[in-house]
Structure formats: C-alpha cells, structure tokens
Design a protein around this ligand. Structure first.
Ligand SMILES: *Cc1c(COP(=O)(O)O)cnc(C)c1O
Length: 366
C-alpha cells in the first residue's frame, strides 16, 4: 500500500495551479536523489548556505542568493533586512525600529494576502495608489523599503517597476520584488534585479521551479542578502522558526539547474497543443464552450482552457463540474472560473494524466 493510501488520503491530479494547499509542485527524480544524498551527512549549515548561495547567484546572474523556506519567509527576511540591516544587536531594540515602513501599492495589498509576512516583522504597510506623486508623498524618514508584487494580473493602478526603482533609489530606498509565482519565464530570475534594478527578488522553490515545497529563493544585492543570512536560521534570530534544511538547500539548487537547462519553448508548445486539443474535445460537448485563456492565474505567459457551461443544455454548472472532478476517481483539481465555469491548466500534468483528465471531463456529460 502506498503512503497516501495507508493514511486514507487520495492523491490529486493537479490541473489547477502550483498551489500550496495541493502540495506546490512535483520534484524530479534527480532533485529527490540530491535531497536523499544530502540527508546522509552532517554538514556545516552556514557553509552550505554560503556555497549553495554562490552557485545560485552565478546561475541566475545575481550578486548573491539565499535559500529560505518559501517566498512568504522571503518576504519576512527581506523586510527585516531592509528594516534592521545586518546588525544582530539592532534586533535587541525590535520591535521598536525607527525605520519600519514598507511602501506597497494598494492594489497589491488587496490582491496578495502574503503581505501578512511583512507585517509579521512588526513593519507597517504604507499603501499607495499608482501615481508618482503618491509614491513620492509616501517616502519618509521611516521608509525601510518599497515592496513590489510582480505579475501581469497585478498591474492595475500601479507604477512600472522600473519607475518605482528610479524614484526609490533617488531617495536611497531599496526595492524588493515578490515574484513568487513568476517562473516561467526563466529570464525573470535576472530580469527584476539585473535588468530592472530592483535590490532583491523573491521566488517560491515549490512552484514553477519544482524544487522542495518548503523552499524559496532570495536573490540580489550582496549586503542585503548578508542581512537575510543574519536574521535566518541557524542563527538564534527572528527568522529562526523558519528553518531551512540541508535537503531543501541542495534540492532547490538541483531544481534550479534542471529548470535552466529545460527547453522552455518546447514545454510551452506542448501546453498549447494540449489546450487546443481540449478546446476541440470539450468544445464539441453540447452546452459547453471552450476558450484559450491567457495569461494564467498568476499572470504568467502560459495558456489554460476556460470552459463555460450552459446548465440548461449540459446539465451541470461550473461549481458542480469542479466538485464532481474532485470527488471522482482519480481525484482531479481544476480552478473555478465563477459559478458557470472552470479553468483547466496543463502545466503540471503528466502525459497519462492529460489522457485521464480528458476522459473524466467528457464522462461527466456522457
Ligand atoms: C505563492 C506566493 C507567495 C508564498 O510563497 P511560498 O513559497 O508558498 O511561501 C508569496 N507571494 C506570492 C505573490 C505568491 O504567489
């Protein structure tokens, strides 16, 4: 009996997204092997973090890198780095830190619940509308950093990142980018920092990179990465509860190497083929309309299919389709597109799962 079956748990075919509540993403055999190998020896953890960081920095065209337990931890540590700096003694004054304001677009505060990880440091969020005047008015003696959420779906009422960087740097204020779910495209690993001038950028290890679910990546300016190191485990500092293991460090590095070596154009072309196949298969069902949706839910340049149901003709609405796929055998997760529709994404499916999912959806209407 498999581990999940022995626990009374049914595995999920994930056609929804790289969601934490579904397990993030799946690691390759090579990544699992690297983690298993790392698990066989004790090691000097700061030394491992340093060497893995140097390797990752080189691979991603960044000055420095730090492996953490997830992008939410990345938000926590980068906020501390900008607010407290690299002085462990300054933590003695915490949470009474003078420079404790983080400026964020209101649209980003509303749409990205992870900003809670910033507030967990004791920082205050200062919300702004998307105008240069609003940003300039928000700067003060107390400003520690500007936080910017990357993603095409988050651009409403916001300034361009490059403009935010120019205005912030003119005041000597660092800019942190949360790009947790912005891989692919792979170029994003250096775009926000090297090309657009942000000081730090954060990625999830357990989303597009397909590293360990409990891993994340902070990339960018060396002095600020040093400060993240200061506040993180194994140091007995504020980041100590968010301990990253040797297995995660090695697993994430291996996943990153694999990710950069992938043929991303071929992967995208295969996703387009699957979406086109679904449009023709599902679109042929009476009462079902099928369209290519682009970009995806995280604003990434990858396609998915959007199905809309006319219940009077096909007998089911979107909520019912979603529930039946979840209750079916095998269990399948698809995303809601409101009461009358669903989104189905090919990104995380194996070829066999594509076949199974296609049959299961068609069987609902047979
Ligand atoms: C997923 C996500 C996070 C949190 O990432 P974890 O790696 O799960 O901690 C933070 N910010 C954004 C924008 C995200 O999409």
């Amino acid at each position: 009996m498999g581990i999940y079956a022995s626990l009374g748990i049914r595995p999920v075919i994930n056609a929804e997204a790289t969601l934490t509540r579904l397990g993030g993403s799946l690691m390759s055999e090579r990544v699992l092997q690297a983690m298993a190998e790392a698990a066989h020896n004790f090691v000097d953890m700061p030394e491992l973090q340093q060497h893995v960081g140097e390797r990752i920095a080189e691979l991603t065209n960044n000055e420095a890198a730090f492996v953490c337990t997830g992008a939410a931890t990345g938000l926590f540590l980068t906020t501390l780095a900008c607010m407290v700096g690299n002085d462990p003694d300054a933590v003695a004054r915490w949470p009474h830190i003078e420079k404790n304001e983080i400026i964020v677009h209101n649209n980003h505060i509303q749409k990205v619940p992870y900003v809670l990880a910033v507030r967990q440091t004791g920082a205050q969020l200062v919300g702004i509308e998307g105008s240069e005047g609003a940003l300039e008015d928000a700067f003060s003696e107390r400003t520690a950093a500007v936080l910017y959420m990357a993603g095409e779906h988050l651009r409403e009422n916001t300034l361009d990142l490059q403009r935010v960087v120019e205005l912030s740097h003119a005041q000597g204020i660092p800019v942190v980018v949360d790009a947790a779910a912005q891989l692919p495209p792979a170029e994003n690993l250096w775009r926000f920092t090297r090309d657009e001038g942000a000081d730090l950028v954060i990625f999830s290890g357990g989303k597009g990179l397909r590293g360990p679910q409990a891993s994340g990546l902070i990339l960018g300016r060396k002095d600020l990465i040093e400060a993240c190191r200061t506040h993180g485990a194994p140091n007995q500092q504020l980041g100590r509860p968010m301990k990253v293991g040797k297995e995660e460090m090695v697993g994430l590095l291996t996943a990153l190497e694999e990710y950069l070596a992938k043929d991303h154009a071929a992967i995208l072309a295969r996703m387009e083929e699957i979406v086109a196949m679904w449009i023709s298969e599902f679109g042929a069902i009476p009462g079902v309309s099928a369209l290519r949706a682009f970009p995806n839910e995280a604003g990434q340049p990858t396609p998915r299919v959007q199905l809309t149901f006319d219940k009077t003709v096909c007998g089911l609405n979107g909520t019912e389709v979603r529930d039946r796929l979840w209750e079916g055998d095998p269990r399948i997760a698809v995303a809601s597109a409101g009461e009358n529709g669903v989104f189905i994404t090919p990104e995380l499916l194996s070829e066999e799962e594509v076949v199974v999912l296609t049959e299961q959806v068609k069987a609902l209407f047979a």
